[in-house]
Write a protein that binds this ligand. Structure first.
Ligand SMILES: [Zn+2]
Length: 318
């Protein structure tokens, strides 16, 4: 009997222990499952984060690579702006800010290129109005050749019709062709913005017909002041005319004895280095007769005599 009781007690004890062990095991399993799940979950988050970072880096790299490529292309076009050391630093540090700044600077350069101011200092722009002239133009052209000079001619349509060969010769020699209208009469050309634009377009078309060059360079008869008012300017802008005035007035139409040369030299010395030099003269016999002295002065004093071009910011009376 005693033995039986003892064995029963023992069995009870064993049962209790077994239950406890199972309980403990379950608890352990649950805890470890929870722990593992969390661990893997956080690992997944980490992995996602890492992947996202990698993707971003790839994106940035390809972006900067593209930018570098673009910069290189632009640099190839504008060799002056290339500084290899600077270029390397930018790519290494990957400072997008610097790249942006460079882009802005390039944009500014481009817009400045679109309309460059006329050169100051040792450059002079000779301009001749009212031609061509059957008697004066050839002499002027020969003198320009002799002094390795280029000039700009603002011409009247009827005079061009009379001297078609001269117009073609001017273009072939690399001078710049511009227009000055048809009538040169205040009561006609300045009658309305429409008449002003119409006269200029008639002359522009003639030049295009005989040379194939479509010019936009226009000189208003007597200059843009006082006749070219804002209504005229608006009409001219619409036609994309580039209106050129001058800052050296030789008054060669009046100073027929060569005094205009001294006037030009005097004004050149006054303006030198302060403003780009644009000289007004006319295709006249008396101008042609004394022109060589002026060309010699500019040549001897190191001036480059150039023709105007359409990318320059024009001088205009205010
Ligand atoms: Zn004129």
């Amino acid at each position: 009997m005693e033995k039986l009781q003892t064995s029963r007690k023992r069995r009870k004890k064993l049962n209790k222990m077994g239950k406890l062990t199972i309980g403990l095991l379950i608890a352990l399993t649950m805890i470890s499952t929870l722990f593992l799940t969390e661990h893997f979950a956080s690992k997944n988050v980490d992995a996602e984060k890492k992947e996202a970072q990698v993707q971003q880096t790839v994106k940035q790299t390809s972006k900067s690579a593209k930018k570098t490529e673009k910069d290189n292309v632009e640099a190839a076009i504008q060799p002056k702006s290339v500084d290899p050391k600077k270029e390397e630093t930018k790519v290494d540090t990957g400072k997008t800010e610097e790249v942006t700044k460079k882009k802005e600077a390039e944009e500014t350069n481009k817009s400045q290129k679109a309309k460059t101011p006329p050169a100051k200092g040792k450059v002079v722009y000779l301009t001749f109005d009212d031609g061509p002239s059957t008697t004066a133009s050839r002499k002027i052209l020969n003198l320009l050749d002799k002094y390795d000079a280029k000039a700009t001619f603002f011409m009247l349509e009827p005079n061009m019709r009379k001297n078609k060969d001269i117009v073609i010769e001017m273009a072939e020699k690399g001078h710049t062709l511009g227009v000055h209208g048809v009538t040169h009469e205040v009561s006609k050309i300045y009658q309305s913005p429409k008449s002003f634009v119409g006269e200029m377009n008639q002359a522009i078309s003639y030049i295009e017909d005989v040379t194939g060059i479509r010019t936009h360079l226009v000189r208003a008869p007597y200059g843009s002041r006082p006749y070219v008012t804002s209504a005229f300017k608006q009409a001219a802008d619409k036609e994309e005319f580039i209106l050129w005035d001058w800052n050296i007035d030789t008054v060669d139409w009046k100073q027929t004895g060569g005094g205009f040369v001294d006037a030009a030299i005097r004004q050149t010395m006054q303006l030198d280095g302060k403003e780009p030099l644009v000289v007004l003269m006319h295709e006249k016999d008396t101008t042609a007769a004394h022109l060589e002295r002026l060309l010699k002065y500019y040549k001897d004093n190191g001036y480059d005599m150039r023709a105007l071009n359409e990318s320059m910011q024009p001088i205009q009376f205010k």
